[in-house]
Structures are given as C-alpha cells and as structure tokens.
Design a protein. Sequence first.
Length: 267
Amino acid sequence: MALVPTPTASRRTKLGSIVRLGFCCLLAACVVGPHLGAPNLEGFNPPSQYQFWWSTVEECAGRSGNFRAVQFFRSRDDSLVVAGKKFDGYWWSAGNRIALLKPDYCPTVRHEMLHAILQRGDHPSEFFAEQCAGIVSHLGGELHGIPANAQSARRIAPDSLLHVVITPVPGILSVGQHDGAFGVMVTATSVRSFPAWIQVESGALGVLYILGQPNVSGVIPGDSVYFGPGQQRRLMLDAIWSTPGVIRLQADYADARSALITVTVQP
C-alpha cells in the first residue's frame, strides 16, 4: 500500500508550524496573475489520481471544467513564492496554470482545481466554505456560518457530541482505476440539541485508518470546531491502495471514531 505522503509543516502566507498534515488551515491562496514569476517551477504531467480529484471537485461544485486544459507545475526546491509571498498552491488564469508546493497533497490540489473549474481567483463561500467544504482546503472555512454568540457555547468532548459515519469514494474501489487512489468521506453529526465546541485534544481533526497497516492515512490537523444543534460537517480523507481484496476502514473526526466498515477493492 502507498499512503498519500504527508507534507512538512507549512501554512498560509507566513507559514506557521503545523507539524501534522494540514487541511482547513493550509494555504492555497490563488490570485489571478499574468505570468508564473517563479523560476524554481517545473511542469509535470498530472498522475492518474488527479483526474479522480478533479471529478470529485466537479461533483461538489456542481460545475464542469476541462481537465486537459490545465497546466501543472511543481517546485524544485520546496518553496513556492509569488510576488514575495509564500504559498502552498497558486492558480493563474493566464494559461490556466496551477503551481503546487506539494503535488501529492490532495486538499491543496483540489483547492486549486476548484479555481480552475470556476475560472476565478477569489474564494466565494458558496463553493469553498459550503458545497466543497471538507473536500478542498480553505483557510477559515470551518468558521463559516458560525453565529456571533458562538464563543459562549459550551465545550464538550467530541465522542459525546458527534456521530461519525464514513463512505468510500468512489462507491466501487479498484486498483486499476486512478492508480488505486480513493477517498473516504467522513461525516460528523452533532447528536445534541445545544450548540457546542469540540476541542481536538489529539491535534488531528481527521484520521483514516486502514486496519492491518502500520501507518495511518489522511491525517488532518485541527484545534477546535463549532457544531450547532444537529449540524453536520464533513472531511475527505485520501489514500492509495494497490492490492485487490478486502480492506477494513475506520476514521476519526476529532476524537470521535466511526464504526468499522469492510470494503472490497476490485482488480
């Protein structure tokens, strides 16, 4: 099995110090620019799983785009600097180009793909904080729609607030499709009738487990998250599997764990 690699600590323009793999707080700022302006970038042919990620973004956005029209670039030296600022991802309308600091980090790649599909460089909440929330990285997306008095809500342990369900994406997994890349949609629902904050004590908002494997996949960091009464939030966690057969999956949202599910991976 090959896990989706975990990037080193990097965050937003001034790059803070998240040690674990980032999601909601990862930078993928995308401003329309006239040229690449970054000499350390090189073009690359997108791997098969990019088509899967693109389709996932098209579905959540309710829009379609021309994947083959996008040009992809990556950093040669672990830095992506545009106009004097550091980024994890960047999209240019000119040439429909995407530059990536970590080309194998799914949430940032999908964020830039959403820009390319929408053909706009801003971050409309309808798409980034609502329809594709949890699928694309978006700074502050977890704060979208929180009421002004939310800070007064009580804090409660995740496992006493949340019911967590996981669903493989696509519905039928195959090692022969997209080089074995797949996602697991983690849906967390508040079972309480009052608003509350959950404190993510472990520092991992989302974790995907493939039982029998020595490592975990798709670790996403977090601090605290607000849930209104009955509110749902979701995360897409990613992995790559290369052997046909039966696998068992489980996931955490914060410290609340889903039930174990069994999935058959086709050849």
